[in-house]
Design a protein around this ligand. Sequence first.
Ligand code: ZN
Length: 282
Amino acid sequence: MQITFYGVRGSIPTPGKEFVRYGGNTACVHVALNDGTDIILDAGTGIRLLGKKLLSKTTPVHVLLSHNHWDHIQGFPFFAPIFQPDREIFITPGIVHDGNTHAVLEQMNGSLFPVPASALASIIQITAKPVQTCQWACGDAVIKRMPINHPGGGVAYAIQTSNAKVVYLTDNELYPPYKKSSDFLTFVEFCRDADLLIHDAQYMLSDMPAKSGWGHSVAEEAVKLAMASNSKQLALYSHDPERTDNDVDAIIEHCKIFIEAAGSPLSIFASAEEQSLSLPNH
Ligand SMILES: [Zn+2]
């Protein structure tokens, strides 16, 4: 499978000269399976560029949403395939506390966005899976999901083929002050032996306790999860809008020091827009 990052920023888009290397678009990752299936994780502003690239195809698109916070759905009205006649777009909403499965289309209501969802030329199907923990087949992959710790709720996804596994676990607070949906060891099992773990790392230990309860993890805890689950690579994700490129570089250097000190073979990088990698990574 081929993984390409299109949006790696948390909370709000961050244009500007200090955010060029990692990028300022909000959450969106493309997973291209070897059988040609296109899976999209979240529909933040990064999905706009991905949509332009997918216009050359006519095959169905599978969009998996973690939750409805705006930075995860706000790019959808600008996703060009939704205007392609008869293009099939299958959306799996995240399970959220208010039960809203259609927020991604409700933002296209004529008031928040001029083109109403009812006027789109594509064929959009939103299929809510009944429970947070379930699995289903998609192309030559099996998709699993589990609840995350986040205000308002949400889910993580694991996509596994015969030879590769990627886990998308963002907007997740590993150690929240509120009641957990999932505990650390459950996350460890979910991520077990991943070729790539994409995990929220919006904060640093130094941001705490001020940001405790905001629904994001600190980078050091994401590293701990990656090592405990024997993940091969960790992509730090959902960069804080206040972190410049140089700040993100510093976080990576900080994390590398204690990965090395732990004697772990884990490879770590900070996800960046249009960065692409194939799995498994031999
Ligand atoms: Zn969120």
